[in-house]
Each structure stands twice: as C-alpha cells, then as structure tokens.
Design a binder for this molecule. Structure first.
Ligand code: ZN
Length: 478
C-alpha cells in the first residue's frame, strides 16, 4: 500500500482531506462487515484448492445455483433460506466438487440445530480439524479487502453478476482482458498487480445491485466474535524506577529560582519586569516539580505540564519582544491576569445565580488576593493583545514555531480531550480479527504513554538560557 504522506492530503476549507475519502460513495469497512460473510464459504474452497482450481470450482457452483435454483447471487444467506429440497440439492452438488471437510469448519457457526441441511452434509464427527482455528485464520486472510484471497472472492462476486446477466463486458476493453485472464494467472505474475485493482474496483461498483442480508451479517459476526476472547494490545512503556537524574535537575532549577528571588527581593523589589519574568519561571519550576515528585512522566498529566512549560517559555520571550511596542507590558500582563480572575469572582458574588458549594474556587482567598493588589494593578490598560494573539502566532513571532508544531499542538490534544489523545491513551485495540479489531476502554489503567521528561527538560533548559541572557546567572548554574 502506498504510504500516506502529507502531500497526498488536500486542504479543503481548513480541513485535511485524505485522498481516498474524497471518492464518492466509498464506504470504508463495508467489505468485511457487509459483503464478506455471504461469500465467506467460497473462501474455504479457495484456501483448500488454491487460486485457479478454487476459482474454477466456485465458478461451477455459482453457475449451478443460478441455473438450477434461480438464485441471482449465490449468497450463503439466501441459500440457507431455500426449502429443504433445494438446499439438499445444492449441498449434494457441492460435495461432488468439494470434499466435505473443506466446509466443515463452517458447521461451528451453522450448526445442526439451526441449519440441519447444511450441517448434515458437512459435519463429520471423525474429522480432526480445529474449526475455530481455521475460521480465525481465514478471517485474517480476508479481513483486508485488498488481500489476494479477498481479491479472488471479489472476482467471484463479479463472476456471479456475469452469470446472472447483471453486467456485461465488451471485448477489447482492458477490464475484459483482466477478468478473462485473472483466474488462470498466478498471483505472483506481474500482470496481476494491475488486474487485482481492476477486479476490486469493478466489484465495488456492483455493491448496490446485490442485496446483502444485514440480519445474516449480524448473526455471522456475533458467532465469530463469541468464539474467542479479546486479545488486547496494550501499549506499555517501561517506566524508570530511579529518578536521581531528574531530582538533581529539579534541584538545580530550584536553586536558580532561589537565586533570582534573592536578586529581586534585595536589589529590585519594585522592578515589575523582573517580578513577572521570574514568577513565570517559578511557575514552570513548580509544574516541573510536580512532574518529578508525583512520577507523572508517563501519564496524561505529564503532557499537560510540558504544554504549560512551553507556553510559559513562549510568553517570556513574547513579553520581552513586545516590550518595545508596549513599554507598560509588565503591568498590563499582571492587570490582564487579575482582571480575568476578578471576572470569575464577580460571578461567584452574583446573588442571582446558583453559586456552587465546595468549589475549588476559593472565594474568600481569591477575594483577599485581589484586595491586596494596589489599584494601580487594575488600571484599565490595553490588554487585549494577550488573548487576541493566540499561542501559535506568539510562537512564530518569537521564532519558536517548532516548539508549537512538534509539541504544543500535540499536547493540546490531551488538554482538550480530542480523539487523538483519547485513542492513544485510553483506547486499547483488540488484536482478534473475528472481533473486527475493535477497541476497548483502558479502565484498568494498564496502558501508559511515552515519557515527557526529555522534552520537558529541553524546554526548561531553553527557558533558563533565555533568562540568563536577561539576568545573568552565576557560572555554576549554566
Ligand atoms: Zn475483542
């Protein structure tokens, strides 16, 4: 299969469209669920007698069923609905071409109690064949609608339509050449690389003229899936047991915070630029501390922490960059944050509303924080550009677009609970073909994620190096 490359996608009104999903009327997953069950019995014959002989035998059966019993298509679902005489006649004919043991595995699903005429001809107590194993192997071989076996089955669907006079192919057309030679050419032949896709495309076009029985399909898949237990494919990354290196790093970050704090307190207590920058650094440090102290490296929360540290770093650079356009930027940044907090407080103070009790928004504490700030910090400053300019634009303006593209955007999936994050973290694949490779929820928390440590440290390093260019640190920290 051709690898999916980003260039193959087209941008349609801001939506990435995969090349195949643009084809009209293409229903993905339809082959396995909808069409395979009715033709699955032919898969057993093809598997036993191989490509050419198998197709020859199935071709004869198709013609016999059509000519003798007036069934348009040899769907297994429809054969089982015929009366006893007809069913017996068909199955007797099949046994003249196919050894009963070949279809024997199907008696596991179509058992004597429900399908006596079929079972009578193909069930044999003396056979030493693991029916379940055969069926499961075969589902694996036909699950992919482009496999060789699936292509053969799809050829038989076309052949059924030809026999039923539902479709005609003109002489001289390339598809006619493909269909004529297909059964007699081994799959290893180079021509088959062209013919198999032609067969599949033609079969796709026939979907709507064949009436597949959805009750039958449901029965088929229910029986198939109940034969086996889930085989869950849990992703588990090895987690570290020793965190000496991480603790050492966090300790260095702490000493830097301590150093900057001393500098601010003792020499620049009124410097709002310094207050803002070292406080943002302190916030990053504290989030990193949580990461290490609570061993969140391989957890969802770890991604949230990296994302925040990236955002803090970008904000630090952005504020310094914008300082030339907005000399008041440090006060504006503080005012913006406090203003946002105050807006929420007002909602909690609004007596006309149903105020939540036991909320993690501590009204009294937050009110005291806001009261303790000087009025100057609530000046009606122009703070619109903080939220108006989103993080992506900020990242570009400070020359850190890679951080956004490679990390922030990905971690945001987790922060917003988007499907990519859900799929990667809590959705576990079942590796059983008869279960149609479904997913289950990782409620037992067996799955974890790759560690965020390296990225986290990298961004923290960048933060420290940048701050060092503004407030030089003693040699020992660098
Ligand atoms: Zn399963």
């Amino acid at each position: 299969m051709e690898k999916l490359k980003l260039e193959n996608y087209k941008m349609k009104k801001g939506v990435l469209v995969a090349p195949f999903s643009e084809l009209p009327g293409l229903r993905l997953g339809n082959w396995t669920y909808q069409r395979l069950p009715s033709f699955f019995w032919f898969a057993l014959i093809l598997k036993e007698y191989d490509h050419s002989d198998g197709l020859e035998i199935c071709g004869k059966i198709i013609k016999y069923i059509h000519d003798t019993h007036k069934l348009e298509f040899p769907l297994f679902s429809e054969i089982l609905k015929l009366d006893e005489t007809q069913q017996v006649d068909i199955f007797v004919y099949v046994t003249t071409l196919v050894e009963p043991k070949v279809l024997y595995p199907l008696t596991l699903i179509f058992s004597y109690s429900k399908y006596p005429f079929f079972a009578k001809h193909f069930y044999d107590d003396d056979l030493n064949i693991d029916r379940k194993k055969v069926l499961m192997e075969l589902i694996k071989d036909t699950y992919d609608n482009q496999s060789e076996l699936s292509s053969d089955l799809r050829f038989l669907i076309i052949w059924s339509a030809v026999v039923a006079n539902k479709v005609k192919f003109m002489r001289g057309l390339s598809i006619t050449e493909a269909l004529t030679n297909y059964p007699y050419t081994p799959h290893s032949d180079d021509n088959m690389r062209l013919w198999r896709p032609s067969v599949r495309a033609t079969e796709l076009g026939l979907q709507d003229i064949i009436r597949y029985d959805s009750d039958f399909n449901m029965f088929f898949w229910k029986e198939m899936s109940e034969m086996t237990q889930c085989e869950l494919f849990v992703f588990h990354y090895e987690e570290k047991e020793n965190f000496d290196e991480e603790k050492l790093y966090v300790d260095k970050c702490k000493k830097i915070a301590e150093y900057y704090n001393g500098l601010f307190q003792n020499f620049h207590p009124l410097d709002s630029k310094m207050e803002v920058l070292i406080s943002i650094y302190g916030y990053s440090y504290k989030r990193m501390l949580e990461l290490v102290e609570h061993n969140l490296f391989n957890q969802i929360s770890g991604r949230s922490i990296v994302r925040n540290i990236i955002e803090n770093y970008i904000m630090i650079k952005y504020l310094v960059l914008e300082e030339t356009n907005h000399p008041n930027i440090w006060k504006e940044f503080v005012s913006y944050g406090l203003g946002q907090l105050k807006l929420i407080l007002l909602k909690y103070k609004d007596k006309s509303r149903n105020i939540p009790v036991d909320s993690h928004f501590n009204v009294d504490y937050i009110e005291s924080i806001l009261d303790s700030e000087t009025d100057e910090k609530f000046l009606n400053l122009d703070t619109r550009y903080f939220d108006k300019k989103n993080i992506r634009e900020k990242a570009i303006s400070v020359d850190e677009k890679d951080l956004f593209d490679f990390y922030y955007d990905y971690d945001s999936q987790y922060e917003h609970g988007l499907w990519g994050a859900i799929r990667e973290s809590i959705s576990v694949s079942c590796n059983t073909a008869t279960h149609q490779y479904h997913h289950t929820i990782d409620y037992e928390n067996k799955q974890n994620l790759s560690s965020v440590w390296n990225d986290c440290k990298k961004v923290m390093d960048k933060t420290i190096i940048y701050l060092n260019s503004i407030y030089p640190l003693p040699e020992k920290f660098i």
